[in-house]
Design a protein around this ligand. Structure first.
Ligand SMILES: Nc1ncnc2c1ncn2[C@@H]1O[C@H](COP(=O)(O)OP(=O)(O)OP(=O)(O)O)[C@@H](O)[C@H]1O
Ligand SMILES: [Mg+2]
Length: 369
């Protein structure tokens, strides 16, 4: 099939072939026997087969005879019209099924060809999940102010009284007063963490070298809680600076690395830090301008993974699977990242858990968000 040329004006040569090749969604043209006659670049990437080799292979042999795609094509043929299937799982051999919208419709003109477009919806869903985290973090902000105010004074009283009792106590009783003090210290630390949420000042952004901050987080982890873990890095050396608050981002990386270190198995534990530049990711927050989020940071561990029943809630406050966990690490991470105008998400299977952060680029004249 030859694609017709678009009449061009001013901006230089542009034609349907270019548009077809650069369409960001997998797209395929099917001939009247439902064989693939054309495939664009995104389509080749999706099925991991070149357009040349795909030519004249049937839809069923590429996507599966019983697949949603083969079924949608058959239905579109039967009614000689267009069909759109929303949020269906498209599975390809040896790949995880991906949630997609599938469109099949006549290509028009004087042919019986069909146009098949597959639009992955995963990114959009992840973005809306991230917005939910923002709402959860806001509810913690309100509660934290009350908690900190109400708990600090009585706690100081309990700790002081235990100190007084300890002065005249027998050895046996002193053990108990020490226990009281130890536990009040623990509650004090918890209040400190909760109070982080109460800090509602806008994020002061400056140019941040992400690799420096990641390295600081790794060094601190290796000297302490993650001394048993093997770290590896895969940094994009040309990664530009992020727009961020380096102290807050350090907290983010420390929390994610701590969770990873707590999930991995004794001596076989591995944590991998990867950075990359991904120019295609944009994110619009209601009422705010669109942010470009090209800086990607992946923190991957080979630990036990997150249970399916927990994964949709891990960014909510007080969700924990640990006997001594507060469930405040990830909500704080989420609050900081969304405060940066960024995105965070997580993919987890047993043996491989990845937290992905996306952050905006530093530009001159940025400052207060
Ligand atoms: N890398 C990971 N691997 C497996 N599970 C994880 C990972 N990261 C987070 N989780 C799960 O998410 C839960 C919430 O994490 P979060 O950091 O918010 O709280 P926590 O680690 O339990 O407690 P805290 O961070 O306050 O000490 C954890 O209890 C754990 O079940
Ligand atoms: Mg944690």
């Amino acid at each position: 099939m030859r694609l017709p040329r678009i009449p061009t004006r001013g901006a230089g040569p542009a034609n349907f072939e270019q548009i077809w090749a650069n369409l960001p969604f997998p797209a395929f043209v099917l001939n009247r026997a439902d064989q693939l006659s054309q495939t664009n670049g995104a389509g080749e990437q999706m099925v991991k087969i070149s357009a040349k080799i795909l030519r004249n292979r049937s839809v069923g042999s590429v996507f599966g005879e019983d697949s949603v795609i083969a079924d949608t094509v058959a239905q579109a043929r039967a009614k000689s019209g267009s069909l759109m299937q929303y949020n269906v799982d498209v599975a390809l051999t040896d790949l995880q099924p991906a949630r997609c919208n599938v469109h099949v419709g006549p290509l028009g003109g004087d042919t019986d060809d069909l146009l098949l477009i597959i639009q992955p919806t995963g990114v959009a869903q992840k973005m809306s999940r991230s917005l939910t985290h923002m709402a959860a973090a806001r509810s913690v902000v309100a509660m934290s102010a009350m908690l900190a105010h109400e708990l600090r004074n009585p706690l100081a009283g309990i700790s002081g009284a235990a100190q007084l009792l300890a002065m005249n106590a027998s050895d046996e009783d002193r053990e108990l007063t020490e226990l009281i003090q130890e536990e009040t210290r623990r509650i004090g630390k918890l209040i400190d963490r909760v109070e982080h949420f109460g800090d509602d000042r806008p994020t002061q952004r400056s140019a941040v070298n992400i690799h420096d901050v990641l390295d600081r987080a790794v060094r601190a982890a290796q000297a302490g809680f993650a001394s048993h873990v093997k770290f590896s890095v895969d940094y994009d050396p040309s990664l530009p600076d992020a727009a961020g608050d380096s102290d807050q981002l350090l907290q983010v990386f420390q929390n994610l690395i701590k969770n990873a270190a707590e999930a991995v198995d004794g001596t076989r534990g591995k944590i991998k830090l990867r950075t990359s530049y991904n120019s295609g990711v944009k994110f619009a927050v209601a009422g705010k301008r669109t942010e470009n989020l090209p800086l990607q940071i992946d923190i991957t561990d080979n630990g036990h993974g997150i249970a399916d029943s927990l994964i949709s809630e891990i960014f909510d406050p007080f969700v924990t699977s640990k006997s001594n966990g507060s469930g405040l690490g990830l909500p704080l991470v989420s609050k900081i990242i969304t405060g940066h105008g960024g995105l965070i998400d997580c993919d987890s299977t047993p043996g491989r858990t990845t937290f992905t952060l996306r952050l905006p680029l530093w530009q001159e004249n940025m400052g207060l968000l």
